[in-house]
Design a protein around this ligand. Sequence first.
Ligand SMILES: O=C(O)CCC(=O)C(=O)O
Ligand SMILES: [Fe+2]
Length: 327
Amino acid sequence: MASTTPDASQNQESTKNSIIFRSVKTLAESPELTSVPSSYTYATNPDDELVTDPDDDDPIPVIDYSLLFTGTPDQRAKTIHDLGRACEEWGFFMVINHSVPKSLMEKMVDQVFAFFNLKEEDKQEYAGNKNVTDPIRDTCEEYCRKTRELGRELLKGISESLGLEADYIDRTMNLDHGLQIIAANLYSPCPQPDLAMGMPPHSDHGLLNLLIQNGVCGLQVLHNKKWINVSSAPNRFLVLVSDHLEILSNGKYKSVVHRAVVSNKATRISLATVIAPSLDTVVEPASELTDNQTNPAAYVGMKHKDYMELQRTNHLYGKSVLNQVKI
Ligand SMILES: O=C(O)CCC(=O)C(=O)O
Ligand SMILES: [Fe+2]
């Protein structure tokens, strides 16, 4: 990156040897960008790089949410069984026929996109006192409410799939006061997508992560040691089992390692909604799922807020944080 246009330079700061961009978006939009600067390249491990589409014999699980409520008893029981299998074998599933209006999902993505497209100097205003959700507050509040409801209902089915009472997770994780975080991710087109990574491999904190995107794919999940491309139709939620569900189920359900790759064609937006225990909840393996002889607790209990601190202060890679509470 040797030279800059006068316009782009407003978004850059020069140091002795290099130019630092205020955001990756600014860098990606700079007209002279033809290659990825070395400080942004991502080295993948070739042994670890088998990437495929899902196998016809082992498709990504799809859960029809409506069957939890309006299905026959058999359909409901099968849906709960399928939820359990998805959490055990994939740590990942897609949800169709859910309770969040398609128009709300689209509006949320559009408004987030509009926020990202504000001029850098306008965006900086929100770095200070203004709340980042101010321009989209109503949509955001409605989206939070609807996704929280969806997450809590899915967790009731997941509780049952573990042989626990339907409200077990809701109650013990204190979801009336649960933490909910919405993260909006923007992945600008990259001239050399093979040399960069949108988000490196990791698992999420919390119980479930409900992900939507703007129609551009990029999510890959690790399944049986292969990276699987997740392609998704509109109006679906991509649901990731997260670390606290792995801990609570004493490892029966596994949080899924996932990453986001970039493309050289289109801008991708993803919106991740983490449904998590209250900050003061000590998350530990459910005593109903452990016994001292055959199935001892495999994780130490830790307050959710301490787990988040551990995540904040550690390099996020794979399951590096979860491994620290494994016995
Ligand atoms: O963009 C994606 O598909 C993944 C985002 C993600 O993993 C996250 O926000 O935790
Ligand atoms: Fe994630």
